[in-house]
Design a binder for this molecule. Structure first.
Ligand code: TPP
Ligand code: DXP
Ligand code: MG
Length: 622
């Protein structure tokens, strides 16, 4: 790293830079990010796109007094580096290291914790209202991407803001014409029209002339000239109809456009909407050429870029799902596949290629995706909604009210169930068992390996009603996957090992961590396969022949699968001691997936230790 970037430890240092130095800082910041992310892994393309914008924001605004909220926050690395965390980047997303997202507990410059998209305008509006009521003079800035702008929540916030008097709220739309995948929807077409051809050129030059040359006090005049520009451009933009003053589009990599524009917007205050155009991956040719590949890479050599592994690794659960989806779609033409903006992450690239008319990327719109699936199911097609466990949280009411209450035939493929590792607490899928199993009509299936995932997908797909299959990020034990499309018996578990006295009921892949423990303790080990319907007969039989029970799941203990077993036993008067093992009642930060599981006692040693601690005297084990 050059000495220059080392001098920029806090935004006050940035504010002292001359304009040429600001340019130099941008170059060095970008190189630093490429080198740093190549060593740790993390989000790359989006961060390369926000280098100049971040510098300009900290240069113009008085942070941390003024509030900047980074929507999603996967583009906040330049902000982290300029706010005292340059060295922390060496341990980005690692246990004990800094988070990959803004976090209030990490820095006073992180005004709001983000990671799930499209919250920034609501949060900034809330802060702006608080500042107004507390009579604090402050600026509130929401930086939101074009992908994140596809979520309903962003419009709920604009709608509210548009009639909120006396506040300073600047919304910056960072338009790079990309989500993780190519952007979708009518909004994208609208933004493309705003930017197209002469329209963009005219707007840029008029914007620059107006906003760059006039001193702040002449802003009223600027508004008039801009009004004239609107006349040239045709009708007012959509954002103006919401009550915002729309400025732009401007080039988000041009500090000469950004700095004066932001300075003027700061002077003007009120409801401002700035449209900046950036390039995802800017300044790193490989990422510019393939921003999807470089959206969230692991470690790589920046000189050669991401390389395909020389030999294929184990198949991930996501890949198992992707193959299953194509196979089932070939057999059943009623199948349609839906993703809320996670085509790559959910393993649907091949499905889109082969079945384009049956593939729906609805944008970052989880709530809509659930009700959209409900509507499709009403008409007799068979929707499969592939969604990360953590993002289904957004669609909970839709799941209850629109799908389950009407007992509609929707299959939910829940990826990233359990701890996800580097993304941390915001993305962990720890709650789905608890929040799904309490919904009437719902099936909750928990495959223990890759082949089980296929079998349970078959089963849930054939079930006439709402059904979910949850599987974790990454690979399982490497079980070979059959090509069957046949279901297994709903609500029936599999006894994997017969033992005595102690019965271990495993819900999901932790079954494999329990195997050596069961061997050692001569315990019965069951792959329960389903949390709901639970295998009542099997539990009754085991209760008759065993003294104590252990339940095991990679989900919150509170309300989880173990609770389902305890409730069942209680309802049937089966009084057996139960040790419920799962995720504790606290948020678990980022780190290595396996290490995190170990840290909460969900590896073989931890499971054995917990059994000893609880049942040593009962079982007389040493
Ligand atoms: C509620 C929610 N759904 C999905 C995601 C996954 N996700 C993270 S970034 C992203 C794309 C965001 O696009 P945009 O806001 O344009 O930012 P860019 O990646 O282009 O910088 C998606 C879908 C998320 N973080 N939150
Ligand atoms: C920021 C965000 O929400 C996504 O980019 C997410 O980090 C992807 O996670 P996976 O790597 O598990 O697909
Ligand atoms: Mg984008």
């Amino acid at each position: 790293m050059s000495n220059f970037l080392e001098k920029l430890n806090v935004p006050d240092d940035v504010r002292k830079l001359s304009r040429p130095e600001l340019e130099q800082a941008a170059g060095e910041l970008r190189s630093f990010i490429i080198r740093s992310v190549s060593k740790t892994g993390g989000h790359l393309s989006s961060n390369l796109g926000t280098v100049e914008l971040t510098l300009a924001l900290h240069y113009v605004f008085n942070t941390p007094h003024d509030r900047i909220i980074w929507d999603v926050g996967h583009q906040s690395y330049p902000h982290k580096i300029l706010t005292g965390r340059r060295e922390g980047m060496a341990h980005l997303r690692q246990e004990g290291g800094i988070s990959g997202f803004p976090k209030r507990s990490e820095s006073e410059y992180d005004a709001f914790g983000t990671a799930h998209s499209s919250t920034s305008i609501s949060a900034a509006l809330g802060m702006a209202v608080a500042s107004r009521n507390l009579q604090i003079e402050r600026q509130h800035i929401a930086v939101i991407g074009d992908g994140s702008m596809t979520a309903g929540m962003a419009y709920e916030a604009l709608n509210n803001a548009g009639v909120t008097p006396g506040i300073n709220l600047l919304v910056i739309l960072n338009d790079n014409d990309m989500s993780i995948s190519p952007p979708v929807g009518a909004l994208n077409k609208y933004l493309a029209r705003l930017l197209s051809g002469t329209l963009y050129q005219e707007a840029r030059s008029v914007g620059k002339a107006v906003l760059g040359q006039f001193p702040a006090p002449v802003m009223e005049m600027a508004r008039k000239v801009k009004g004239h520009a609107k006349g040239i451009l045709g009708s007012a933009t959509w954002f103006e109809e919401f009550g915002f003053n729309y400025v732009g589009p401007i080039d988000g990599h041009d500090l000469d456009a950004l700095v004066p524009t932001l300075q003027n917007l700061r002077q003007m205050g009120g409801l401002q909407f700035l449209h900046v155009v950036t390039k995802k991956g800017q300044g790193y040719k490989l990422a510019e050429a393939d921003p999807i590949l470089y959206h969230g890479p692991g470690k790589f050599d920046p000189e050669v870029g991401i390389q395909k592994p020389s030999k294929p690794g184990k198949q991930t659960f996501t890949q198992v799902f992707g193959h299953w989806l194509c196979d089932m779609a070939s057999q059943d033409e009623k199948l349609v596949g839906i993703t809320p903006a996670m085509r790559e992450g959910s393993g649907m690239v091949e499905f889109e290629k082969r079945f384009p008319a049956r593939y729906f990327d609805v944008g970052i719109a989880e709530q809509h995706s659930v009700t959209f699936a409900a509507g499709i199911a009403c008409e007799g097609l068979k929707p499969v909604l592939a969604i990360y466990s953590t993002f289904l949280q957004r669609g909970y009411d839709q799941l209850i009210h629109d799908v389950a209450l009407q007992n509609l035939d929707v299959t939910f493929a829940l990826d990233r169930a359990g701890l996800v590792g580097a993304d941390g607490a915001t993305h962990a899928g720890n709650y789905d068992i608890a929040f799904l199993r309490c919904i009437p009509n719902m099936v909750v299936a928990v495959p223990s390996d890759e082949n089980e995932a296929r079998l349970l997908l078959n089963t849930c797909y054939h079930y006439k009603g709402p059904a979910s299959v949850r599987y974790p990020r990454g690979a399982g034990v490497g079980a070979s996957v059959s090509d069957t499309l046949d279901p297994v018996t709903l609500g029936k578990g599999l006894v994997r090992r017969e033992g005595t006295r102690l019965a271990i009921l495993a819900f999901g892949p932790l079954l494999h961590a329990a195997l050596p423990v069961a061997e050692k303790l001569n315990a019965t080990l069951v792959d329960m396969r389903f949390v709901k319907p639970i295998d009542a007969e099997l539990i009754k039989q085991l209760a008759a022949s065993h003294e104590v029970f252990v339940t095991l799941e990679e989900g919150s203990v509170m309300g989880g699968a173990g609770s389902a077993v305890a409730e069942f036993m209680s309802a049937f008067g089966l009084c057996k001691p139960i040790l419920q093992l799962g995720l504790p009642d606290r948020f678990i930060d980022h780190g290595d997936q396996a290490a995190l599981l170990k840290s909460v006692g969900l590896d073989s040693d931890g499971i054995e230790a917990a059994i000893h601690a609880r049942f040593k005297s009962v079982l007389n084990i040493t």
